[in-house]
Design a protein around this ligand. Structure first.
Ligand code: AMP
Length: 304
């Protein structure tokens, strides 16, 4: 089954203690679709400006991503600048230039409108809603967001959160959105808005997944070399949704398995800047890391 994703395709300028990348390829939809493309067909809805090089579009197409919904309009591509300190869990945004995002009117190609899986990646919640309204009968809709939209468009964002099945969000953003310091209570509040499931991304501490009556925890893969956490959240979401679309298994067990594939994909992405690690990633590496993940979290039950 294929996934439609709307989000940003961006130039990022990123500084970490291990290096700096200037105007490198980034964006929530870029990371998401690249990661999901290892599991399923992906159709991209996004906007870039006249300054966006063809080579980046060719990279996405080379991963078999449908770019019919990628508009190129006059102006400059969305640009995000951020910095990470030695605590790589939290990005500090230095600058956000919305540029062409301000004039973007997403118009889904007819072939996208019957998509069964829809991911509303981090972008203006009004744009997320416009895309949601154009997909006829999705089987599963999930969304992400970030502090920038929580502060600037809280009401529009709340409307989106009320219409999706799964919310995927950072720990800090779950706290910011609800004004609740305790994560379990924050999760309850977000679920009470109407979604069935909340996936909280916690950087190097892994992921917590909440439903109204269950909690599932997965660690992050313990890595010796982490160079750039940019895109880890979107890459996680791409692996998670990609695996779900591939199997169609929306049982609790199937969704837990998808959490691990998301975590595997994110663990590769942080090993290099921009999408460099994803560009050289091979299936056999994904399989091997999945097995290591299983070993990492497997233990015997007690017989009392
Ligand atoms: P993450 O997976 O959370 O690390 O997301 C990183 C990506 O989000 C970067 O490649 C940025 O281009 C993109 N980004 C940063 N700020 C925004 C924003 N306000 N809206 C949408 N995308 C953004």
């Amino acid at each position: 089954m294929s996934i439609v994703v709307v989000g940003t395709v961006a130039f990022d300028t990123v500084e970490t203690p291990f290096g700096r990348g200037e105007n490198v390829l980034g964006g929530s939809a870029t990371y998401f679709s690249t990661s999901a493309s290892f599991f399923t067909d992906v159709s991209l809805v996004a906007v870039v400006g006249e300054d966006f090089p063809d080579e980046h579009v060719s990279f996405l197409q080379g991963r078999n991503i449908d770019t019919a919904g990628l508009q190129r309009i006059p102006g400059k591509t969305f640009h995000w600048s951020g910095r990470y300190g030695y605590d790589l869990n939290e990005a500090q945004t230095l600058d956000t230039q919305l540029n062409v995002l301000m004039d973007f009117q997403p118009e889904l190609p007819e072939s996208y409108r019957d998509a069964e899986y829809l991911f509303l990646a981090n972008i203006d919640p009004d744009l997320q809603m416009q895309v949601l309204e154009q997909v006829r009968k999705p089987k599963l809709v999930a969304c992400d967001t970030m502090n920038f939209w929580i502060s600037s468009k809280p009401e529009a964002l709340k409307k989106v959160l009320q219409k999706v099945d799964i919310v995927v969000i950072n720990e800090g953003e779950a706290r910011q959105f609800t004004g609740e310091a305790n994560l379990v209570k924050a999760a309850r509040q977000i679920i009470a808005l109407g979604c069935k499931r909340l996936v909280v991304k916690r950087g190097e501490y892994g992921v917590l997944m909440f439903t109204a009556d269950t909690v599932f925890a997965a660690p992050a893969y313990p890595l010796e070399e982490v160079f750039d956490p940019t895109g880890a959240g979107d890459t996680f979401a791409g692996g998670f949704m990609g695996y779900l679309a591939n199997t169609g298994d929306l049982t609790e067990e199937g969704i837990r398995q998808a959490i691990i594939f998301g975590s595997v994909m994110a663990s590769f992405n942080v090993e290099d800047f921009s999408l460099n690690r994803m560009k050289r990633l091979e299936y056999k590496e994904i399989q091997a890391r999945f097995s290591n993940f299983k070993a990492l979290t497997s233990f015997r039950d007690v017989s009392l």
